[in-house]
Design a protein around this ligand. Structure first.
Ligand code: ZN
Length: 459
């Protein structure tokens, strides 16, 4: 009896040590705004809205998290805290499962949609997919509603007059609506899941004319949302949330196609190498790489995420204007092979459309996140799938010299190098790699140019 508890303590300590080690080891944070030098031309629209991403390309622990930044500290920190907590608990479950020798795939994917946005208010819906520790994939929803003027997040209660019976009202509307829509639904579960408790309605989005409520499968048996017209709760909804302006996000702008430069002349008899950069764009670091390419008359391919490209159109345009190639790395970095064909198609196609909208040009190459590809994903588009030969694991090491050494010692004629333009260390390494490869007589080409050279060489 006396030996057992202390043994448990030792086990717990070891486990904690591993956890802390793991957390420190693979915590990948990309800051889109902290290192940005002051630039006259702001990339990210007129608004303050931006995006941050945390991506791990590890096959043992895949995650891709994207969340919005409003550049209002009080709000951004709460959203950041939430995603950090989700990531920490994913890592914890993952470590437990791996300690029990469970095999993956382990994946966490958090994506978001800004469903309403003006200078006064914003509503964000986060969709989370998690697969860890033997649990088959589950989805969940989290919402954030912000009063941007008062710089605070809103709870449901904040929307309604004090002492009003808002929960009863919403509860009965939601129950009726879901029941009408799904006559064969489990009535008892539905009734319980929509009973008038604040936690049942904590996932909501404040829109121009409605408040939308999101329900999870485990709560109501249905993964559906219900929009409640503001008119229906007019008597209890606070004035400032009655008349909301039209969201800026509804305005779409058309773009002139970006002029492409004359193709650089490439000698197929001389060494070529294709540098590729994934997971961006991220203006501060991506521009550093673009500067180096420009300086040394080289080109590269940027496999961008549609979800990030939408915020940084100027960076995408610059890539193309300077003769680089823009490739498709999906919308928000899920493992495409686990998605339904419809969802995987959407990931690829939405990104194609976003880049087309920004630049007037569509990518010709797809780099699937985590390199995960199969015939069915291949068949979804006519994009060529582009993987890589040299992988310095720059996302993991975050060490400039280590990255430079790995790439330089593995570089070779006709090779494709994988790096990530969202990290400062990778951008610094790239500056040096570009200079060194050039000095060694390499032509720095895009993936399409590399294919062309290989064709000319006859293989
Ligand atoms: Zn990636």
């Amino acid at each position: 009896m006396s030996g057992k508890p202390s043994f448990r303590w030792v086990k717990m300590l070891i486990f904690l040590t591993i956890l802390i080690g793991l957390a420190g080891y693979s915590y990948n944070k990309v800051s889109s705004n902290s290192q940005e030098p002051p630039q006259p031309k702001k990339d990210g629209g007129q608004s303050g809205l931006g995006v941050e991403s945390m991506v791990s390309d590890s096959k043992q622990e895949r995650y891709a998290i994207h969340y919005p930044v409003f550049r209002i500290k009080e709000i951004d920190e709460q959203i950041k805290d939430y995603v950090n907590q989700e990531l920490a608990s994913f890592k914890e479950d993952n470590a437990k499962a791996q300690a029990q020798h469970e095999d993956g795939p382990f994946e966490l994917n958090i994506k978001y949609k800004v469903v309403y946005y003006t200078k006064d208010a914003a509503s964000v819906v986060l969709n989370q997919y998690i697969e860890a520790g033997g649990v088959s994939g589950t989805t969940s929803v989290k919402t954030f509603n912000a009063d941007l003027k008062q710089k605070k997040l809103l709870s449901l209660q904040d929307l309604f007059e004090e002492n009003s019976d808002f929960l009863n009202r919403i509860s009965s509307i939601a129950y009726q609506e879901l029941k009408n829509r799904n006559p064969s639904a489990d009535t008892a579960l539905l009734k319980e899941g929509t009973s008038p408790q604040e936690e049942h309605f904590s996932r909501f989005a404040l829109l121009e004319n409605e408040v939308e409520f999101y329900f999870e499968k485990k709560q109501t048996g249905l993964e559906q949302s219900v929009k409640i017209k503001k008119e229906w709760v007019k008597d209890i909804l606070k004035d400032q949330y009655q008349d909301m302006k039209k969201s800026r996000l509804q305005a779409k702008r058309e773009q002139e196609p970006v002029p492409l430069p004359k193709q650089a002349k490439i000698n197929p008899d001389e060494k070529v190498i294709a540098l590729t950069f994934d997971d961006g764009p991220n203006p501060a670091t991506t521009n550093k790489i673009l500067n180096a390419l420009q300086k040394h008359e080289g080109h590269a391919t940027f496999f961008v995420l549609g979800s990030r490209a939408q915020y940084y159109p100027e960076t995408i345009k610059r890539m193309l204007k300077e003769g680089n190639e823009v490739g498709n790395h999906s919308w928000d970095h899920p493992l495409l092979t686990r998605l339904s064909n419809e969802k995987a198609y959407q990931e690829i196609n939405d990104t194609q459309e976003m880049i087309e909208k920004i630049s007037g040009h569509q990518p010709a190459h797809l780099r699937p996140p985590y390199g995960g590809i199969n015939d069915s994903v291949r068949s979804l588009s006519n994009l060529k799938v582009s993987l890589w030969d040299v992988d310095p694991e720059d996302w993991k090491y975050r060490n400039k010299q280590k990255i430079v050494n790995h790439v330089m010692s593995h570089a070779g004629d006709g090779k494709i190098v994988l790096m990530h333009d969202i990290y400062a260390t990778s951008a610094e390494a790239a500056e040096e790699i570009i200079k060194k490869l050039k000095a060694k007589g390499y032509q720095l080409v895009t993936v399409s140019q590399l294919e062309e050279v290989k064709k000319q060489r006859g293989y």
